[in-house]
Every structure is written in structure tokens, then in C-alpha cells.
Design a protein around this ligand. Structure first.
Ligand code: MRU
Length: 333
């Protein structure tokens, strides 16, 4: 592990690093207020599918802290509030439902806070184990000294552990499988140039940041051995929602015959949906296009198109690497 952490539960307080300020400032926020956690998820202070789920589980926990009556009302209010924060990453809904199962099993509420806390910690701990397994499973697919292109951020910041795609990069680097990483800057919120670069640098992995639009040029020069990205929701047929721009990369990989891998924990698979057509894609505010870090770069009256995610169709995916196994096409998850 590195000298920073993304999420922690300590002395009955939830502590998280504000990802919107990285990499220039490392600021930690400590709270026992579920509304503050909900706002943090909405503002992307906490982001990345597994991290959102874990934060929501801790959010439910603190919502029931020091509550002496009306437990069910309080649970439902916090559950609905946290559920409304972001629509695409299924880990959020999965974690909230795991917490609901624990709540519904209780006959009396004397120790409900302790039970919820234990469940949230378990969700967190299981993610740590999942991340390591994804890394171990993923490096099996790589040749020695591979050069990898990645998109968005999938490391310690985006998960409870060592990351999803990032875990493969880190373990791969340590095992001599990964030599160099190209990190897409990931417009518009720059999760690549701010967060992945921060994590690569902390892990001493050699890297360069590139504008998203430079990927085709790099591939044309045969400089990329594989693309590995994370996921926010994977349908039964393997269609995968991930950060906007992922689909472009998958199409380019297909054109240049480069392996395109998705890495995600099993909790990112939504087996209630058959295909990516059923995934709700979050639309973000137009200021994320019209401004860069608070500075206006175009006229606010210009119309914008702001999907936060896209869906990569299964036929473009070489393999889906999870904590349990590596799935190859045709996918039936
Ligand atoms: O909008 P974000 O930053 O939450 O989007 C995150 C991504 O798309 C990640 O690639 C995905 O959640 C996988 S994180 C391990």
C-alpha cells in the first residue's frame, strides 16, 4: 500500500481523501454525517465504482449512529438519499442492498449500528481481497515487458484496495510483465492525469499522460501491447459501462488487433440485465465541459453533451478479468 488512503473507518468516523483536489493537495475529510458522504459521491470527491459502494455502506452505518428511535425511517431516508447519488455504477446499489439485508434481519435495534458497521467493514475487506485477486488473474494474460494503455482511474483511490485494472498494472510491474503505462488524461474531469498519474507515480511505475485523442496515433506506431480498463457495470452478455471514451479505445483495439481487457470485481456484474442497452448512463452538468477546474474555457450558452460513461459492446472485449476468474467470449455472466 502507498502512503495515502482513499477510504477509512476509524473511531466511528468515515475518513476519505477529497479526490477533486488531487494531485495538488492531499486533503482528508472526516465525517459521521451520511448527507456529507452522499454529497461527496455526487461531487466525485469519492469516485470509482467499488469506492462508491464502500462509501455508501459506511454512509448507511453512520446514519444509524446514536439513533435511539425511528430506526427504520432513518435507514430508509439514508438508503434512498445514497441511492440517488449516481446512477451507473452498480456497486452502489449492490452495497446498499447488502446493508439492507443486514438491517432487515434484525428483530431489535439495540445493536443495529454495530451490525451495520460490521457489514460495511466486511464489504470493504472483501474489496481489498478482490482487488488482489484481479491483479493476480490479470497478470497471467500479459507478456513480459508489456506497454499498457489505461483510461480513467482504477487504483487505490477508486476501490477499497489496490485497484482493479490498476492492480494488474502494479502487480504486473512488480512481476516484470508491465514495463510502461500510458495514462489517458480522461476528459472532462481528468481522472487519468490527476489520479492515475498520482497513483503511478506513488508506485514508481514509469508512465506518460496523453490526451485521450492521442490513442490511435500511439496504436498506429505499434506502441501499445494491451489496453486494460475498469468497469462501472457489466451486463450478463459482457457489455460494459465505463468512463466515457472507453468505447473509443475498444474500437481502436479492434482495428489494430490489440487485446482489450476489462477488470472488475464480481460486484460490478449486474446479472439482472441482459445487455448494455439496459444500463442508465449518467449525464453530468455542462460546467464540466464549459469550465476546467473552475476556469471558463468556452461560452456558457453553448450547448454541451455530457455523458459520464459509455457502453463497450461485448464483441470488442478480449476478456473480463474478475476476482473469481477470467471470462472469455462468448460471455454469459
Ligand atoms: O466518474 P468516475 O470517476 O466515478 O468513473 C470511474 C470509472 O469509470 C472507473 O473506470 C470505474 O469506476 C472503475 S473503478 C475501479
Amino acid at each position: 500500500m502507498n502512503d495515502f488512503f482513499s477510504l477509512k473507518f476509524k473511531n466511528d468516523y468515515f475518513i476519505f481523501i477529497d479526490q477533486t483536489r488531487l494531485p495538488l493537495e492531499e486533503i482528508y475529510i472526516e465525517t459521521d454525517n451520511y448527507e456529507r458522504i452522499a454529497e461527496a459521491i455526487e461531487r466525485l470527491e469519492i469516485r470509482g465504482a467499488p469506492a462508491i459502494g464502500i462509501a455508501a455502506a459506511y454512509g448507511i452505518t453512520v446514519a444509524l449512529k446514536n439513533i435511539l428511535s425511528q430506526h427504520e425511517t432513518q435507514f430508509n431516508i439514508a438508503y434512498e438519499r445514497l441511492k440517488r447519488t449516481r446512477p451507473t455504477a452498480v456497486n452502489l446499489f449492490w452495497a446498499l442492498d447488502e446493508m439492507k439485508k443486514v438491517f432487515q434481519l434484525q428483530n431489535n435495534f439495540d445493536d443495529i449500528y454495530d451490525k451495520l458497521k460490521a457489514s460495511a467493514i466486511q464489504i470493504h475487506n472483501e474489496d481489498i481481497i478482490s482487488c488482489d485477486k484481479i491483479g493476480e488473474n490479470g497478470i497471467e494474460l500479459l507478456e513480459n515487458d508489456s506497454v499498457i494503455l489505461t483510461h480513467c482511474n482504477t487504483g487505490q483511490l477508486a476501490t477499497g484496495g489496490s485497484g482493479t485494472a490498476f492492480s494488474i498494472l502494479k502487480k504486473g510491474f512488480e512481476a516484470g510483465k508491465v514495463k510502461f503505462v500510458y495514462a489517458d488524461e480522461t476528459r472532462p474531469l481528468l481522472q487519468g492525469s490527476r489520479l492515475t498519474a498520482f497513483e503511478l507515480s506513488k508506485s514508481n511505475i514509469p508512465f506518460e499522460i496523453l490526451p485521450d485523442s492521442a490513442a490511435a496515433f500511439l496504436m498506429k506506431q505499434r506502441k501499445i501491447d494491451a489496453v486494460i480498463v475498469g468497469a462501472d457495470r457489466i451486463a450478463k452478455n459482457g457489455d460494459t459501462a465505463n468512463k466515457i471514451g472507453t468505447y473509443n479505445l475498444a474500437i481502436l483495439c479492434n482495428y489494430y488487433n490489440i487485446p482489450f481487457y476489462i477488470a472488475a470485481p464480481t460486484s460490478t456484474i449486474d446479472s439482472s440485465i441482459n445487455s448494455g442497452d439496459e444500463i442508465k448512463i449518467e449525464m453530468r452538468g455542462s460546467e464540466e465541459i464549459s469550465h476546467i477546474r473552475g476556469i471558463k474555457v468556452t461560452k456558457e450558452e453553448y450547448a454541451t453533451y455530457t455523458p459520464a460513461f459509455d457502453v463497450t459492446t461485448n464483441e470488442l472485449i478480449t476478456a473480463i478479468i474478475t476476482d473469481k476468474q477470467v471470462y472469455k467470449p462468448p460471455f454469459n455472466l
